[in-house]
Structures are given as C-alpha cells and as structure tokens.
Write a protein that binds this ligand. Structure first.
Ligand SMILES: Nc1ncnc2c1ncn2[C@@H]1O[C@H](COP(=O)(O)OP(=O)(O)OP(=O)(O)O)[C@@H](O)[C@H]1O
Length: 260
C-alpha cells in the first residue's frame, strides 16, 4: 500500500552532546503533516535538547534535519522560524514591561520599523503594513482569548495567560508547524482547556504540532502520534494505546521517578 502520509519534519540520526555526555543520541523522528505529535519521556530524556536542535538554537554533532523538504540543520534560529517552523519555550519569555498587544506586534515578521530616513513615498506603504500587523494582532488576541488584557503589561499575566501569549506570538508569523514545550505546565485546568481547544482548531486548519508534555491525560487524549524518549533515544513511536501498554516506556518513567 502506498504511504500517503507526508513527513513535514524529519530528523535523521541527530545527535547532540554536552562534553562527553550524549543528550540526544542518533534520533530519527518523523512528524506527519497535519498531525498533533506528542513527545514524552522522563525528566532529562533529551526532549528539550532535541527541540533546541530542531529550532536552530543548539548545534548538532551529526545527523540531518529536514523541514518541508529542505535541510534546516545549520540554520540560525531566525532562519528556521522563517521557514514556517515556530516554537514556544517551557518558560515563557515575553517582554514583561510591554503590553500584550505590543508583544504581538513585535512578533510580526517583516516589521516596517521606525526608519527616519525612509523616503516620504514609502511612508504610506509602511503605515499600511503597520495597520495590517495591528489588525492581525487583534484577530489573534481574540482567538487566544487575550483581547481583554491587550493593554496590560505581559509580565502581569498569570502563568496560563503567558502560555497563551506564547502561542499568540508565534501565530503572528502564520507558521506551518508549531513546537510547544510543556504548554500545560503550571497552567490551571480552565486555561489548559482553552489552550487545547485552540491547538485543535489550528490543527483542523492545517497547522502541524509537536508537543513536549508531561500531562499524560492531555497527551493520550489529544495527540494522534506519540514519540517517547529516554536517555537521549527514541524508545516508542506509535499511538496512545500502544504507549500505555509499552513496558519499556513504563519502566523508563518508573526508573526516573518522573511526574508524568
Ligand atoms: N546546556 C547544557 N549543558 C549541559 N548539559 C545539558 C545542557 N542542556 C541539557 N543538558 C542535559 O542534557 C540532558 C537532557 O536534558 P533535556 O532538558 O533535553 O531533557 P528533557 O527531556 O527536556 O527534560 P525535562 O522534561 O526535565 O525538561 C539532561 O541530563 C540535562 O542535564
């Protein structure tokens, strides 16, 4: 039978070391276009290091990373983002003193900026682009339920709202794929529910997700594929039912005493 599933993101034998310690050890992973893929594993398994390598924030020792048909390993993080692959961080990093709206506007690609030498003739075009960015920011604020706090300083938001702001910021670049690092950590159940609903809506509109998460209920219920890592290696790739009955995976969690 022909395999019609297309790997939007693929790592081929990717390794990352810190000194003599191999945090990611020859990881080959495929994320199918249109999927919500969960990346799980006990603390220290190498999940965030793999994310950082994919996002261009951590150099690989060896291996290849392909996104949407092109090699992205070796690209700087901004250039990876420019290919349509966005990521959020385990600990949100907003510009705390700036408003929520300003945080979104700064995340827009193709910023016109404040360039005093811009010829008068171009100023109309710049104003039009700024209006477009503002409109898009308001659309995304409404979508992520943050419109009511648009003028508040980002640093004043609750932990859960900051996670929504992280998602809102990456949506400004209309990415094809989003990697979320522990989106539900420290978030109350109501906001976790909002976050999941938004992820599923974006997914229905064609956005692919790779999600690191320790909340097993979230992962098992909302991810169509699960990839499990331990000690830098992939030990399971398949569906939720298979993951729940996988002995190696169970032992890895028990051995690490993880919170998942
Ligand atoms: N910059 C670094 N320098 C040295 N060691 C590092 C560095 N970053 C990560 N490590 C180590 O690499 C291993 C993998 O860490 P990583 O953060 O990728 O794990 P993780 O699976 O994301 O864990 P968690 O679920 O706790 O976030 C850990 O042993 C960690 O201590």
């Amino acid at each position: 039978m022909t395999d019609l599933s297309h790997a939007l993101l693929e790592t081929r034998s990717v390794s990352v070391s810190f000194g003599a310690f191999k945090a990611v050890d020859a990881v080959s992973l495929k994320v199918t276009e249109g999927s919500i893929t969960g990346l799980i594993g006990p603390n220290g398994a190498g999940k965030s290091t793999l994310f950082n390598a994919i996002a261009g924030e951590q150099a690989c020792d060896s291996g290849e990373i392909r996104f949407d048909g092109s090699r992205i390993d070796g690209l700087a993080s901004n250039d990876v983002h420019g290919t349509g692959l966005a990521r959020t961080f385990q600990i949100p990093k907003p510009f705390a003193a700036m408003s929520v709206l300003e945080n979104l506007m700064l995340a827009a690609p193709d910023q016109p900026g404040e360039q005093f030498w811009v010829p008068v003739i171009a100023r109309g075009r710049i104003a039009a682009r700024e209006r477009e960015i503002l409109e898009r920011a308001h659309e995304i604020l409404a979508f992520t339920t943050l419109e009511g706090v648009a003028s508040e300083a980002a640093g004043q938001l609750s932990g859960g709202q900051q996670k929504l702001l992280e998602l809102a910021r990456v949506l400004m670049s209309s990415p094809k794929m989003i990697m979320l690092d522990e989106p539900a950590a420290g978030v109350n159940p109501t906001l976790t529910g909002v976050l999941i609903e938004k992820i599923e809506q974006l997914n229905a509109d064609g956005c692919t997700f790779l999600i690191i998460e320790h909340d097993m209920d979230l992962v098992m219920r909302h991810c169509d594929t699960i990839v499990a890592m331990t000690n830098g290696r992939i030990i399971y790739e398949g569906d939720a039912a298979g993951a729940q009955s996988n002995e190696m995976l169970l032992n890895a969690y028990l051995g690490a005493g993880a919170d998942g």
